[in-house]
Design a protein around this ligand. Structure first.
Ligand code: MG
Length: 207
């Protein structure tokens, strides 16, 4: 993907260029079979990569985020960014940044923003998905919930991608890695080589 380099450098986020490029490449293949879905839009960095791929194949990306920030992004926490803090309702609000990214990247006719919690969006979900990317809240209950409610919607041959996989607890929180191991143990997914901290699992069976 050689377009949008200027855009991507101006989007806040925690995804490396290698990881983003990998999201793009997998989405470009699987979005021919089914739409893609991500949990954790934040300011639109991963939506830029996934959405660009979906635009090329004529499919859509569903992007879920309540836009009030995950636990580690709240005031006083390690990933708090005062730029996205709104003093009036006294909360994080990343939705304006996300919308701006979609407009600048020309993705408003490709990305479907779902501004709510992941489990609410899943409650009446019935559409098979080519790819699910989990990068929402990083506590164990949050990652586990995202996995539990979404993995069953991935088509056989589709992909489950999980960000922030740290095999060594010194490098980062273990919740995404714990859930990644559970997915492997289920027998429904096959591991592919990681890229940075991006875990890549191919759905081989099960619903
Ligand atoms: Mg992440």
């Amino acid at each position: 993907m050689d377009t949008g380099i200027k855009i991507i450098h101006n989007i806040k986020g925690f995804l490396s260029e290698d990881e983003g490029q990998t999201l793009y490449e997998y989405a470009r293949i699987v979005s021919r079979s089914g739409p893609c879905l991500e949990i954790g839009s934040y300011c639109g960095k991963s939506a830029f990569y996934l959405g660009t791929a979906c635009r090329e194949t004529g499919n859509v990306l569903f992007s879920i985020d309540h836009h009030h920030g995950s636990e580690e992004q709240q005031p006083g926490e390690a990933y708090f960014d005062p730029a996205v803090f709104d003093c009036q309702p006294f909360c994080i609000d990343t939705f304006p940044y996300f919308r701006r990214t979609l407009a600048r990247a020309g993705l408003e006719n490709t990305v479907v923003p779902l501004v709510c919690r992941s489990e609410l969006a899943a409650r009446a979900w019935n559409t098979p998905l080519g790819l699910v990317f989990i990068d929402g809240g990083h506590s164990y209950p949050a990652v586990k919930m995202d996995y539990d409610v979404w993995h069953k919607h991935i088509l056989p041959g589709g992909y489950l991608l999980i960000h922030d996989i740290f095999q060594d607890s010194v490098q980062g929180g273990q919740a995404p890695y714990d859930v990644y191991r559970q997915a492997v143990s289920s027998g429904n997914f096959k591991e592919e080589p990681m890229v940075g901290t991006l875990g890549i699992l191919r759905k081989i069976a099960g619903m």
